[in-house]
Design a protein around this ligand. Structure first.
Ligand code: FES
Length: 180
């Protein structure tokens, strides 16, 4: 069953409206401050992504125009590096480890439980832009397998019940629950 939406509707509508009328003006400043040669493209893209939250077509096209680089080259860099996203991310990013240590301790079941709780599949963002769900190969906390992160918080030794409890904390001020 999909989880409740934690973002106030007014705020969500504001974000959608913001996306619909993307103000590209900051890109001129970003490019002017950071771009000298093609080797500076990645820092420009990083700044642009910080500014807009992701790199939609109009941002990529405008960066190409401002830098004089072919749009195909800018797109090539954007799509090559995992750090860049061409689609909007949710307000909360959930990463579920599917590495070996987590896999043998039930990581797949954890992923299914998270998908069920959030009502979205791995690799997608909910329509309400509240959650983005990703899988990763290792979160560097194998001793706590199976592990997931919710934004910057780690949750380990997960069970279905712990997944539900961890996701309940989104937007709250609860402690990390990486103990047993
Ligand atoms: S394999 Fe999951 S944290 Fe390392």
């Amino acid at each position: 069953m999909p989880r409740r939406v934690l973002t106030p509707k007014r705020e969500l509508e504001g974000r959608e409206a913001e996306d619909a009328t993307l103000d590209l003006a900051p890109l001129a400043q970003i490019v002017a401050a950071r771009y000298v040669s093609s080797g500076d493209l990645i820092p420009v893209l990083q700044s642009a992504q910080r500014q807009f939250g992701y790199l939609p077509d109009e941002v990529v096209t405008e960066i190409a125009r401002l830098t004089g680089l072919p749009a195909s080259r800018v797109y090539g860099v954007v799509t090559f590096y995992a750090q860049f996203s061409t689609t909007p991310s949710g307000r909360h990013k959930i990463r579920v480890c599917q590495g070996t240590a987590c896999h043998v301790r039930g990581g797949h079941g954890v992923l299914r439980a998270v998908e069920s709780e959030l009502g979205i599949k791995a690799g997608t963002t909910g329509d309400d832009l509240e959650h983005t769900l990703e899988t990763v190969a290792c979160l560097g906390a194998c001793s706590l397998a199976p592990v997931m992160t919710v934004d910057s918080q780690y949750f380990g030794k997960l069970t279905g019940a712990k997944v539900a409890a961890a996701l309940e904390q989104i937007g709250g001020d609860g402690d990390e629950s990486d103990d047993d």
